[in-house]
Structures are given as structure tokens and as C-alpha cells.
Design a protein around this ligand. Sequence first.
Ligand SMILES: [Zn+2]
Ligand SMILES: [Zn+2]
Length: 164
Amino acid sequence: MDMHQVEQPDGTAAQDMINPGLLKATLNREGFRLTVQRQKILTLFKEKASRHHLSAEEIHQYLGEQGEKISVSTVYRALHVLVKLGLLQELELAEGRKYYELKSPVWQQHHHLVCVQCGDVQEFEDDAMTEVTAQETQNRGFALLNGQFTVYGLCPHCQPQANG
Ligand SMILES: [Zn+2]
Ligand SMILES: [Zn+2]
């Protein structure tokens, strides 16, 4: 099977939606205004964190460093809209910690390794996991929407020492 055929429900690959013109069209269609602030948040993800996560607080801090006067609650509202539009993905990986990342197409998904102690999140990709997920969903007649794994553990720093 050709996994590259998988598309967003509206027929647009998530990747392409970062294109400013398309994004504007999407926002207009959904009845949202593409505010300068939302655009800046998306740009931030592309520049700082194309394959990484940001918390609302980090986004607020970065915007502040760029001289952008924006409240944390405005950042939260903007993130909510961008998640609703399918441009960003909200991740609640560790308890009480929410992160956001650019939504990747299902055939390009990465997985998360989370330390339950310190909340450190690391990303990894694995073709075998992607293949098993595609195979299993296909065998059971499912349409694959999201195939991300979250693996929990203790990072090297948080593991008790053998002699302690
Ligand atoms: Zn991630
Ligand atoms: Zn840790």
C-alpha cells in the first residue's frame, strides 16, 4: 500500500497548510481571522521547533523576546484555534504538562519517549512501528488518523544509582 496517499479529511496534507496563502484560506473558511499573532506563533514553530515541542509559556516568552506584547491567555486562545484547524497538535505527555507541536502527516509521524520523573520528552522515529501500525489498521479495516506512540520510562538522570 502507498502510505503517501493518506491525506487530511479535507484533502489537504497538513504540511501544505503551513503555506501562508492556504492557511489564510483555511482560516477564512473556518471563520477565524488570521491574526498577526497567530501567524507569528506558527512562524515560531517553524523556526524554533519544527520537530520539537513548545509549551504556551515558552511561546509567550519567545514572543516577548521578539518585542511582541501578548498575554498568556491570548497565547492559549491562539493555540486552541490552531489546534482546532489541525495545524498544531496538543500533547499531554506528562501529567499536567501540555505541549504543542506542528501536526505532521500520518506517514511522517514520530513517537515520544517521556520520563515520568522529570517530564523530559524525547522524540524518535521508527519505520517498523509505522509499518506495524499501518498494517494493523489496514487488516482491521480502520482508516489511520493518528499513529503516534508514547513510551514512558525513567531517563538516565532520574534512575536510582545502582550503589545508592
Ligand atoms: Zn513530538
Ligand atoms: Zn528524567
